[in-house]
Design a protein. Structure first.
Length: 153
């Protein structure tokens, strides 16, 4: 019979978890291919591109997320308070939601300047309205039926 897990086992397991964005000489965006739908990758790719490639959107994103570094503190993910709040609450956390709203708005403003197609603009706008504005994420769509909510909302 195997022994029950120990605190050391849990601590080791936490070292095997990776944040969804890792700097590796480039930014590894580990969540893009995990989005629902055949074209779910479009929104994270478009938003990341806009926030990095458009100078105005970049500046807005920097000024918006810089205060979050204070929340994160000096501990690395997954042990810092910002990471824990993001994992536990997502956009239900008021500070993270406010930052996401500003960043998505900046991306939406930047995408036309970067030559994004109407389809990309519509996808980002629809995602922003369905999820970001309401403090939700795509996983909430899976949880809604279990909580008796209308999944078509």
């Amino acid at each position: 019979m195997p022994r029950p897990p120990t605190r050391a086992d849990l601590d080791y397991h936490l070292t095997t978890l990776f944040p969804p964005v890792r700097p590796r000489g480039h930014l590894e965006l580990r969540m893009i291919d995990a989005q629902p739908g055949e074209d779910g990758w479009i929104v994270p790719l478009a938003v990341a591109t806009a926030l990095f490639d458009d100078p105005a959107a970049s500046e807005t994103a920097y000024r918006t997320v810089k205060p979050l570094a204070e929340t994160a503190g000096s501990l690395p993910a997954p042990r810092n308070p910002l990471w824990i709040n993001a994992a536990r609450y997502g956009l239900a956390d008021a500070e993270l939601r406010a930052a996401a709203e500003v960043c998505f708005d900046a991306a939406l403003d930047a995408l036309p300047r970067l030559g994004a197609s109407t389809a990309v603009l519509c996808a980002v706008a629809a995602f922003t309205e369905r999820y970001v504005v309401h403090g939700r994420c795509p996983a909430d769509d899976l949880l809604d039926p279990a909580h008796g909510k209308d999944i078509r909302a």
